[in-house]
Design a protein around this ligand. Structure first.
Ligand SMILES: [Cu+2]
Length: 214
C-alpha cells in the first residue's frame, strides 16, 4: 500500500495533460479512477488546500451569509416570541430530537451543550447542512475548531478578501461543552427543514432532529 501513491502522483498530471490536449472529457477521467472516487476526492482536496479555499469563498462564507434570505423563515424578534423550546446536546444527539412548530411562529431556542465535545444547533435544509459541514471541516483543518474547544481568537483571522471563519450565522449556534446559547427564529413552512450538528462526523453519527409543521 506504499507504492500506489508515488505512482499516482506521476501518472495523474500526465493524464490530465493528455486529456486537455485531446479534449477528452471528465467521463474518461472518472473511468480511470475506478471505484475509488470518494477517496480520490478527499486526497485531492487535501493536496490542493488552496484550491478548496477558493471554492469555499465563492460558495458564500459564514460571514457572507448575513445578508441573504433564508427560505424557511427569518431571525425572529424577541418581542414576538410565543414560546421557548429547550434543547440539550450530547454525544451525538439532541433532546428532544423532534420539534413541532406552526408556520409564522417565532420560537426562542435555548440550547445547552451537556456533552463533552463541541456541538452545534443549526436550523436548515439538508443541502445547507452539507455546505456547512465543509465549512466546519475547514475550521478543523485550520485549528479553529478542536474536538472539545473553539479557538475564538482564530475565527477573526483574515482568510483573504475580508472573509473570516467567524461562526455567527443567525440560524445556528456552536457551543463548547457546558455552554449555553440561544436562537430566536420565525418559521415559514418549508419541507425538509431540520436541525443538525455539522461538527465533522457528528451529522453522520446521527446528530440531527426533525422539525414538523402543525
Ligand atoms: Cu455535535
Amino acid at each position: 500500500m506504499i507504492n500506489p501513491l508515488p505512482i499516482k502522483l506521476i501518472v495523474v498530471p500526465a493524464f490530465i495533460l493528455s486529456a486537455l490536449t485531446l479534449g477528452a472529457g471528465p467521463s474518461l477521467a472518472a473511468g480511470s479512477h475506478g471505484g475509488g472516487h470518494g477517496k480520490e476526492a478527499k486526497e485531492s482536496g487535501h493536496m490542493q488546500g488552496g484550491h478548496m479555499k477558493d471554492n469555499h469563498m465563492k460558495g458564500g462564507h459564514m460571514k457572507g451569509g448575513h445578508g441573504h434570505d433564508f427560505d424557511f423563515g427569518e431571525p425572529g424578534k424577541a418581542s414576538e416570541v410565543s414560546r421557548t423550546v429547550e434543547i440539550v446536546m450530547k454525544e451525538n444527539f439532541y433532546e428532544p430530537e423532534e420539534i413541532e412548530v406552526k408556520a409564522g411562529e417565532t420560537i426562542r431556542f435555548k440550547i445547552t451543550n451537556k456533552g463533552e465535545l463541541v456541538h452545534e444547533f443549526n436550523l436548515g435544509t439538508s443541502a445547507m447542512h452539507a455546505v456547512h459541514q465543509k465549512e466546519m471541516m475547514m475550521m478543523v483543518d485550520h485549528g479553529v475548531l478542536e474536538a472539545d474547544k473553539i479557538n475564538h481568537h482564530m475565527m477573526k483571522m483574515d482568510m483573504g478578501g475580508g472573509k473570516t471563519m467567524e461562526h455567527d450565522d443567525p440560524n445556528s449556534v456552536l457551543l463548547e461543552p457546558g455552554k449555553s446559547g440561544e436562537i430566536i427564529w420565525k418559521f415559514s413552512k418549508t419541507a425538509g427543514l431540520d436541525f443538525a450538528c455539522n461538527v465533522p462526523g457528528h451529522y453522520d453519527a446521527g446528530m440531527m432532529g426533525d422539525i414538523h409543521f402543525k
